[in-house]
Write a protein that binds this ligand. Structure first.
Ligand SMILES: NC(=O)c1ccc[n+]([C@@H]2O[C@H](COP(=O)([O-])OP(=O)(O)OC[C@H]3O[C@@H](n4cnc5c(N)ncnc54)[C@H](OP(=O)(O)O)[C@@H]3O)[C@@H](O)[C@H]2O)c1
Length: 333
């Protein structure tokens, strides 16, 4: 049996902002899976900001994405053919290391995990119950440890990570102020996700609005963005505040990020901790169990932006980097 496998390759490294010309659609033929292997159909692909970093050759915490090879990315899907004792055709899976921007793959059975797509949708396993959910949980629960009486600020507040952070922090008693782009996102953060306030950083006068929304200063920050937004938050920090640096998306295309308010780190004796979630795999099962319990109990809102078809992945990815997503950006393959 042969299967046509559609893939998206990185064919050009971006200079500054990436474009569709960085990607190419490629078709390959797959044969039959060998002993211990499975042939799978990816149904959902996660598009994540870290992929922008992988497109560069610069030294980072992970190897660059190789040119002319399938783009890296988390997937969930369905087993089509199994030569592995733990799987049968029709089983739903999440890939342990991500199978990339492609419709199909042949992998060892050990590279996928069987998942229950009846309790939560299969797509959640690349988001809430995948890497972004673990990131939100770890940064919130293990670094920030929010509590009643504190004000916690989260940036990219309605995104895959930010939305979960704010809701977890609320559940642990903190006052939560989000920062997001646009009134629709900010309305959603307050009305649907229960944030106490959300500031639209694209609106004129947002810094004054942020100040007004944090009358008692800021105790905890989950930082996803960097740049001017981070600098503005720094100036509002309370003594002994904590900052989890999760992402710096405003600088991913190489935009410099000068900081004017670094003095706040010293005078407020701040604790700032960067983290990369792949260093904390031991917490993923606990994080995913708690998040699955919350979402199935209706106590956590989880929103997705769904692009249709592999061909739409580059465009959806480029849009997501600029805030075109509203919730977790995925592709239905
Ligand atoms: N450390 C880790 O292990 C780890 C793991 C996962 C994710 N992350 C980081 O966490 C952050 C959020 O990731 P995510 O997957 O949840 O993505 P996301 O928030 O769902 O999507 C990215 C969002 O970033 C915001 N954004 C883009 N450019 C911006 C700019 N110049 N200024 C302000 N906001 C901007 C946009 O939201 P608005 O429309 O609101 O501007 C956009 O929707 C990223 O920085 C990512 O790199 C880190």
């Amino acid at each position: 049996m042969t299967t046509i496998n559609k893939q998206i390759h990185l064919v050009r490294r971006p200079v500054g902002e990436p474009t569709e010309a960085c990607f190419a659609l490629v078709e390959k033929t797959l044969g039959d899976p060998g002993p211990g292997q499975v042939l799978v159909r990816n149904r959902f692909l996660s598009l994540d900001p870290y992929m922008r970093g992988r497109m560069d050759e610069a030294k980072s915490y992970a190897q660059p994405q190789a040119l002319n090879e399938v783009m890296v990315g988390a997937t969930s899907g369905e087993v089509l053919v199994s030569n592995h004792p733990d799987f049968k055709a029709g089983d739903t899976f999440a890939a342990k290391f991500g199978l990339g921007w492609q419709t199909h793959a042949i992998v060892k059975g050990e590279h996928i995990i069987k998942v229950d797509a009846s309790r939560v949708p299969l797509s959640y396993y690349v988001g809430l119950l995948g890497m972004p959910g673990a990131t939100a949980w770890y940064g919130t629960m293990k670094i920030l440890e929010p509590a009643a009486g504190q004000t916690l600020v989260v940036t990219a507040a309605t995104g895959a990570v930010g939305g979960v952070v704010g809701q977890l922090a609320k559940a642990h008693g903190a006052r939560v102020v989000g920062i997001a782009g646009g009134t629709a996102k900010c309305d959603y953060a307050v009305r649907e996700m229960g944030f106490d306030a959300c500031i639209d950083y694209k609106a004129p006068g947002w810094k004054e609005a942020f100040k007004a929304a944090t009358p008692d200063g800021v105790d905890r920050v989950f930082e996803n963005v960097g740049g001017e937004i981070f600098d503005t938050i720094l100036a509002r920090m309370n003594p002994f505040g904590r900052i989890a640096v999760c992402g710096l998306i405003s600088g991913y295309n190489g935009t410099p990020m000068p900081i004017a308010n670094f003095r706040s780190v010293l005078v407020n004796k701040l604790r700032i901790q960067g983290f990369i979630i792949s260093d904390h795999l031991e917490f993923w099962p606990q994080a995913h169990k708690e998040l699955a319990d919350l979402v199935t109990a209706g106590r956590l809102k989880y929103r997705e932006s769904v692009a249709e078809g592999l061909e739409s992945a580059p465009g959806a990815f480029l849009a997501m980097l600029k805030g075109g997503n509203f919730g977790k950006q995925i592709v239905r393959l």
